[in-house]
Design a protein around this ligand. Structure first.
Ligand SMILES: [Zn+2]
Length: 493
């Protein structure tokens, strides 16, 4: 019971004595506000869509390059900033710091978006940036042009006001994140690696502020992604002899493969809730849950089995409980009166951090347990290493302080990203990668199929201003030399 009442993880270093480096005020005039918003809308109106790895709207990407140069003149002319185009359409900015002893950090975002069709039920055309009830509608408003424009707008303001960073930093804007980042992020990381760059931390897109989304939680939660689930695409196939449908054998390739798929769907991967970073998520949030959830979240060691049974009923929560299995393609047959000689299916799995890719493959094999079904790994990787989030963790604490200074009402907790981001291509440059930006997801999630990659993707005018200010503050906060010593000197977890 005492755990239930003593875990107030949110405060941490917040009351410690921080060196004050946020000297430049973020006062934005009414006129600047209008410009800031116009810049964001202009970015949304450019349809920088990634259709596939080989098909991107490259003229939109060129147009986007022109937009950045036009609306951020200080960024592109300052002697403190070096700009490079990488992989034809991605951007790398190097901002020099005055103290070469301080290890630089990096901010990431991506320019490309997934396709969007107005006929799917958008209230405003997806590349219109139309403003409705205080929201700007459009593909990319929350994934991820709010960060592309937010970061550069913040740097533009800082430079305009005479800011000179003490700690250097990089900005990487990828152009093909939605199709794996092999041209953008991979090449930016290569440039940095060849220059021998090491990074203090990386902040990329990923998680957000969840307001009213987590059942039973009082108040909003800012979830900072400290890892990402792994992924695997597996091809299953079955082959039988070709023949005429008038003399069919007892089973053919379609039936064999369908039975295998059914077995996979009927036996989900094991429950692993509480064995990965999601354990910390709920422990950090525990004190904000209503009873009896608060008691259960504070004592996960006891309630894990019960909680995972409740969580797995909701697809979005099930993703935290286990490696998920999704059959995404099934192909077979050529003619109505010909027995198919071959059937194949593709299965996409998102791997829980407590399991390895190999373990997942072994489990699929034993679940199917039919030697006639061939299993091939198309591609895949383990879940990503867990970044630090204790009181010595520079990046995590800077992000947390910036957040709590702006939004004292949020509870900050480490968590895991279900999807993957560009940042996984930067793993050789730092151990500490955080996936977060202060986009408030609330109203958006209450509609089915809305938001990220869905219909009516939108960002409130106020929230976009907050995102600019967040980066404006974060860049200045990152100038501290070292973190302050812990205020309480005690750390429960
Ligand atoms: Zn994204």
């Amino acid at each position: 019971m005492s755990r239930t009442f003593t875990l107030k993880e949110n405060l941490g270093l917040q009351f410690a004595q921080w060196e004050n480096t946020t000297i430049i005020s973020a006062d934005i005039s009414k006129q600047q506000r209008e410009v800031l918003l116009a810049n964001f809308k202009a970015a949304i109106r450019i349809p920088s869509v990634s259709f596939s790895q080989t098909h991107q709207n490259t003229s939109a990407l060129r147009e986007f390059d022109q937009l950045l140069r036009r609306v951020f003149p200080n960024v592109f002319s300052s002697s403190l900033v070096k700009h490079e185009v990488v992989g034809n359409y991605s951007h790398l900015f190097t901002v020099l710091g005055t103290d070469p002893e301080l290890v630089p950090y990096m901010l990431l975002a991506h320019i490309d978006v997934v396709p969007a069709n107005e006929v799917d039920g958008w209230e405003a055309p997806p590349f219109s940036a139309k403003e409705l009830n205080g929201f700007i509608y459009g593909r990319g408003t929350i994934d991820n042009k709010q960060c592309v424009m937010g970061i550069l707008q913040a740097v533009e303001y800082l430079l305009e006001r005479g800011y000179v960073p003490r700690r250097g930093f990089y900005i990487g804007l990828g152009h093909d994140e939605e199709v794996y980042g092999y041209n953008g992020a991979v090449n930016i990381a290569k440039v940095l690696k060849s220059g021998g760059v090491k990074l203090q931390y990386i902040l990329d897109e990923g998680l957000a502020v969840m307001d009213g989304i987590i059942t039973g939680l009082n108040g909003p939660a800012a979830l900072i992604g400290v890892s990402e689930k792994g992924q695997a695409t597996v091809k299953l196939s079955a082959s039988t002899r070709l023949g005429h449908s008038s003399m069919p054998p007892k089973e053919n390739s379609i039936g064999i493969l369908a039975a295998a798929i059914t077995r996979l769907e009927e036996s989900p991967m094991p429950r692993l809730f509480g064995y990965g970073p999601e354990q910390s998520t709920f422990e950090h949030l525990a004190h904000k849950f209503q009873f009896p959830l608060r008691f259960m979240m504070s004592n996960l060691w006891l309630f894990n089995p019960l909680l995972s049974r409740v969580m797995e009923r909701r697809p979005d929560m099930n993703a935290f409980v286990r490696t998920t299995t999704a059959v995404t393609m099934f192909n077979s047959g050529v003619k109505v009166n010909v027995l198919p000689s071959h059937a194949e299916a593709f299965v996409n799995l998102r791997i829980h951090p407590a399991q390895t890719l190999q373990e997942v493959l072994d489990l699929i094999k034993s679940t199917i347990s039919d030697n006639r079904v061939k299993l091939e790994l198309v591609d895949g990787f383990d879940s990503l290493p867990i970044s630090s989030y204790d009181e010595q963790s520079f990046g995590y604490q800077i992000i947390k302080k910036t957040l709590l200074d702006m939004f004292p009402q949020v509870t900050v907790a480490p968590s895991i990203c279900i999807g993957n981001t560009d940042s996984r291509h930067y793993m050789d440059l730092t151990q500490d990668i955080y996936r977060f930006n202060p986009t408030w997801l609330s109203q958006i999630r209450s509609e089915r199929n809305a938001g990220i990659h869905g219909i009516n993707e939108r960002m409130s005018v106020q929230n976009y201003e907050e995102i600019v200010l967040f980066y404006f503050q974060l860049i200045q906060e990152s100038d501290i030399r070292i973190l302050p010593p812990s205020h309480t000197g005690q750390h429960e977890l």
